[in-house]
Design a protein around this ligand. Structure first.
Ligand code: CAA
Length: 386
């Protein structure tokens, strides 16, 4: 018997601080319009000393574990490009914080912002083989560029968790998938760096090339025509990138009106505009924003375009399940966004530099939320329940 497989629960988290882009523009002597309208970003989430990708991941997944229990979760896949160790999977700390069973496989995946989609595909494969098991997929990232660089305005932070199962309660993922890989240096982070290197304009070009290539491959593999996609969620390094992507895709797919297609994007951008770039989580933050803020019917098809610099991309689609809205936690992420403390330019810069520290240290107690990063003791990262 074949089961529908897909997303049965979804939950997100962000940090305790934020920095408004109007403050960045003012300090730089740049027009705020460049950030607010030009790249379509209003704020960036900023971690405090005792928040990192592990605490964010656990904070995002905790409501899912509370609702579904731990018995059927036998795999945790954590996607990130903000790795905290060259060897050990960050998900092992998350596994402990969430109280998951010992009989669980835990692994970390990396390919820039794309790897949460690889994690989702792995999860679909595992569940198709073991329909009684559920897979916890978590995307968690802190986007950092150098101070005074062109990427600075596109920083951000957040985590998004999805539970993948048979007979999903939110969205069935359809089998067709369009792929794209090309060896380019549009954005990368060598092992000795805590901030990304980026060729910003080139990265936009490669992203747009990947949109049409992955979409064409999706259609050639039996994917739906553009006209039968009710909405499309694009990876959003900044929300204006989704606008550019939709303009390119709609034109390429022969849409009746490119402007109409672009106008359907608004509900996918509500969270990302305030979170900033959340790298691996970004496209799924767009999906959560869409699910919470748009009135879509069961059976409607949503396209998803995932892009990771370097570069790998994938275009696929899902269909909404009857009653999906009742599975959401409306307002949960908005409440976290509202609860963040605003910081000014000086504090933002001090905190940016603090993130480069090495060796042992204790982290100040600051985080809002159930988990905290206590610091590094004898080269071991220490996490606590708050
Ligand atoms: N009012 C309104 N709009 C304004 C404005 C104003 N006062 N001033 C400028 N603008 C507009 C510009 O016209 C431009 O619009 P278009 O792109 O439509 O032409 C927009 O604001 C941005 O201005 P610039 O192109 O001059 O900005 P920039 O070159 O300083 O920075 C960027 C743009 C290169 C994308 C930079 O933000 C960057 O390097 N970001 C990081 C890399 C990135 O996010 N790349 C995206 C693709 S890669 C990816 O997706 C993976 C990932 O997550 C990193």
């Amino acid at each position: 018997m074949t089961h529908a497989i897909g997303i049965t629960d979804i939950s997100a988290a962000t940090t305790s601080l934020f920095f408004p882009l109007t403050s960045l523009a003012e300090a730089q002597g740049t027009s705020a319009g460049k950030y607010l309208r030009g790249i379509g970003q209003h704020e960036m989430s900023v971690p405090c000393e005792d928040e990192d990708i592990v605490t964010l991941a656990a904070k995002a997944a905790a409501p899912i574990v509370e609702r579904h229990g731990v018995d059927e979760i036998r795999t945790l896949v954590l996607a990130t490009e903000t790795g905290i160790d060259q060897s050990k999977a960050a998900g092992i700390y998350v596994h402990e914080l969430l109280g998951l069973a010992q009989h669980t496989r835990v692994v970390e995946l990396k390919e820039a912002c794309y790897s949460a989609t690889a994690a989702l595909q792995f999860a679909l494969g595992i569940v198709s083989r073991h329909p009684g098991e559920k897979v916890l997929v978590i995307a968690s990232d802190i986007a950092r560029y150098e101070l005074d660089s062109s990427g600075e305005a596109t920083q951000g932070a957040g985590a998004l968790a999805m539970l993948v199962s048979a007979d999903p309660a939110i969205m069935t993922i359809e089998p067709a998938s369009g792929l794209f890989t090309e060896n380019v240096h549009d954005f990368w982070r060598p092992n000795d760096r805590t901030t990304a290197l980026v060729d910003g304009r080139f990265s936009v070009t490669v992203y747009l090339r990947a949109v049409t290539a992955a979409y064409d491959d999706y259609v050639s593999r039996g994917g739906a025509e553009f006209s039968s996609l009710s909405r499309v969620c694009f990876h959003q390094p900044f929300t204006k990138m989704a606008t550019k992507a939709m303009q390119t895709l709609a034109k390429h797919a022969g849409a009746e009106s490119v402007a109409d297609a672009v106008s359907t994007l608004e509900e996918t951008m509500i969270f990302n505009r305030r979170l900033g770039n959340t790298y691996t989580a970004s496209v799924y933050m767009g999906l959560l924003s869409l699910l919470e803020n748009a009135e879509l019917e069961a059976g409607e098809r949503v396209g998803i375009f995932s892009y990771g610099s370097g570069a790998v991309a994938e275009f696929f689609s899902g269909q909404l399940v009857e009653g999906y809205r009742s599975q959401l936690r409306p307002g949960a992420l908005s409440a976290q966004l509202e609860a963040r403390r605003e910081i000014g330019y000086e504090e933002y810069r001090e905190r940016h530099l603090l993130a480069d520290r090495t060796g042992d240290f204790e982290a100040r107690v600051e985080a809002q939320g159930p988990f905290r990063f206590a610091g590094v003791r004898d080269a071991i990262r220490v996490y606590e329940k708050a």
